[in-house]
Design a binder for this molecule. Structure first.
Ligand SMILES: [Fe+2]
Ligand SMILES: [Fe+2]
Length: 150
């Protein structure tokens, strides 16, 4: 389903952010995190507002409750807020700076792991179920959204 392409795009944006972190470029790290967060929030909103109401018709599904998806969204956003907070005091080129960068990357690795599980759950449950329960008209409407919202 082409709606899943947005996951790849988000991963790509996060990679841009991590490259900037690795280059000790705090300003670019922050700007790329902003881009990432904006698109992530937009994507979550799309899933919650446009997809969940359709998906809901197929419930109950083991391991695929709406609350589970919503809670994961909230948890992911808390992680992003935590990443953002670390930039308030990050001075990569000062004493202890490189250690802080390593800590940040470790924290981001936890975030990526959580995200991977969330994406898998959507790929294996949410999106296939939607394919099954959405009417042809609904599917057309979902797929005709501008890419940024998909
Ligand atoms: Fe999601
Ligand atoms: Fe998603």
């Amino acid at each position: 389903m082409s709606l899943l392409d947005v996951h790849d795009r988000l991963d790509e944006l996060f990679l841009r952010h991590q490259e900037a972190v690795l280059l000790f470029d705090v300003e670019l790290s922050r700007a790329t995190l902003d881009d990432y967060e904006r698109e992530l929030v937009e994507h979550m909103r799309f899933e919650e507002d446009a997809l969940f109401p359709i998906y809901e018709r197929a419930l109950p599904i083991a391991g695929g409750g709406i609350d589970l998806f919503r809670n994961e969204h909230q948890k992911l956003l808390r992680y992003v807020a935590g990443i953002r907070k670390s930039f308030e005091t990050l001075r990569p080129r000062e004493t202890g700076g490189p250690t802080r960068i390593i800590e940040l990357l470790d924290f981001e690795a936890k975030f990526k792991n959580l995200l991977k599980h969330h994406d898998l759950r959507e790929r294996n449950i949410l999106y296939p179920v939607l394919d099954r329960v959405a009417s042809p008209a609904e599917t057309r409407a979902l797929l005709s959204r501008p890419p940024a919202e998909a």
